[in-house]
Design a protein around this ligand. Structure first.
Ligand code: CO
Length: 134
């Protein structure tokens, strides 16, 4: 069901300011930036091996990432596990009593389908499940 860690989400106040560290100092492969309107964030992906770092910058004051930054400051925001069947994974977890933020898949970057598990059910680690698009 889970196949790998797809990416680790990192909340930043500015992608422009955070990018040189990952791209120029860590020499990760910068894949580009896009806005995910549904989540009120701008995201940049940096690829390393078969995983990525996803930099998340809020585009609005009421973005969940803006709330995270206010509470915690910049830093690790979530871990995203790749699944081959997101709907099946969500149904199984819900049947097990796992609290979900998203009971239905929603749209992520690059045409992916994503859903978040509630931190109360994942030991304080915000967990994303994602199914790549085609
Ligand atoms: Co993510």
């Amino acid at each position: 069901m889970l196949t790998k860690i797809n990416h680790i989400g990192v909340a930043v106040t500015s992608i422009e300011e955070a990018l040189p560290y990952y791209r120029d100092s860590l020499h990760m492969n910068y894949e580009g930036c896009e806005e995910v309107a549904e989540q009120k964030v701008k995201v940049a992906f940096l690829q390393i091996g078969e995983s990525r770092i996803e930099l998340l910058e809020p585009t609005s004051e009421d973005s969940p990432v803006a709330g995270f930054l206010q509470k915690n400051g910049p830093g690790v925001h979530h871990i995203a596990y790749e699944v081959d069947d997101l709907v099946a994974a969500l149904q199984e977890m819900e049947a097990q009593g796992v609290r979900l933020i998203d009971k239905e898949p929603r749209n992520g970057a690059h045409g992916t389908k994503i859903a978040f598990v509630h931190p109360k059910s994942s030991g304080g680690v915000l967990t994303e499940l994602c199914q790549p698009g085609h």
